[in-house]
Design a protein around this ligand. Structure first.
Ligand SMILES: O=C(O)CCC(=O)C(=O)O
Ligand SMILES: [Fe+2]
Length: 298
């Protein structure tokens, strides 16, 4: 597979078993071969998505000292503002030309700042869409339908607003907007604007552009899902390049919703993924795994 497929999520609500099997098969093939899917017909209003993009613009436009007052402090809370060049998604390259704002859970939102009411509503809506996608993942892997949703019911997800500013100066050698990486969690939901730059590495190591497609969201499988499935599902490398045209003069915004299983969920090779080979990875709790990965990137 050299292209990212578009999958109709509404199939899952059909009562007939064939539709359900169809979506399971589509998910399996997409996750096995490319690890990225465009999802259409999900239940999330475009007005709400626009409100979050508007809020994101407001937030990143604030003076730097205001943003720094909400700075990300440690991997245990993983909350707050991450300045330009602070994070290296590819540790071999200079810092990423992006700034980000992390919201983890809904219980401890920063009080120092006006939080748009759209944020908790969007967080909740993304959790619900993620649950439907995770149900389709269960079907794909011949698990009980609620297997993944039960293991995500503590909502340890991270909502991340991202801003890639217009290029101000010549980048350092190897410096891009987001270094090549794979995501850490189970699945990620990604909302892009019209500014290009996102690229995904196919199984044959080719980088392909992943533009926004209207009325779809992009979903990718992360490292924990790869581990859980014994490499049956791929956690695919991706990156955000600096545009080589006029678009470099403009900001790019995106919104990522990183889904994480419950802290104490043990990630051990699933039964249906043991068929071809023995378990590759030793069991680990989702909480411990995430902490290890965050410690390595900051
Ligand atoms: O901004 C994007 O399109 C991708 C961001 C991303 O891959 C990440 O933050 O993990
Ligand atoms: Fe990513």
């Amino acid at each position: 597979m050299t292209q990212i497929p578009i999958i109709d999520l509404s199939l899952i609500h059909n009562k007939d078993i064939n539709s359900k099997q169809k979506i399971g098969k589509q998910i399996y093939q997409a996750c096995h071969e490319i690890g990225f899917i465009y999802i259409k017909k999900y239940n999330l209003s475009s007005t709400l998505i626009d409100q979050v993009f508007d809020y994101s613009k407001y937030l990143f436009d604030l003076p730097l000292d205001v943003k720094q007052n909400m700075a990300w402090s440690d991997e245990f809370s993983n909350q707050g503002y991450v300045g330009i060049e602070r994070e290296r998604l590819n540790p071999n390259n200079p810092g990423d030309l992006k700034e980000a704002f992390n919201v983890v859970g809904l219980d401890n939102l920063p009080t120092s700042l006006f939080i748009s009411p759209a944020i908790p509503i969007f967080y909740q809506a993304c959790s619900e869409v993620a649950n439907i996608i995770l149900t389709a993942f269960s079907l794909a892997l011949e698990l009980p339908e609620d297997f993944f949703t039960i293991n995500h019911n503590q909502k340890n997800h991270t909502l991340r607003l991202l801003h890639y500013p217009a290029l101000q100066q010549q980048p350092k050698p190897g410096q891009i907007r987001a270094g090549e990486h794979s995501d850490y969690g189970s699945i990620t939901l990604l909302f892009q604007d019209d500014m290009v730059g996102l690229e995904v590495q196919t199984a044959t190591k080719e980088w392909i552009a992943v533009p926004k497609i209207a009325d779809t969201i992009l979903v990718n499988t992360g490292d924990l899902m790869q581990r859980w499935t014994n490499d049956v599902f791929r956690s695919t490398k991706h990156r955000v390049m600096i545009p080589n045209d006029e678009k470099v003069k403009f900001s790019r915004y995106s919104i990522a919703f990183f889904c994480h299983p419950n802290q104490d969920t043990e990630i051990a090779c699933l039964e249906s993924c043991k068929t071809d080979k023995h378990p590759i990875y030793s069991p680990i709790t989702a909480g411990e795994y995430l902490l290890n990965r965050l410690q390595a990137t900051y």
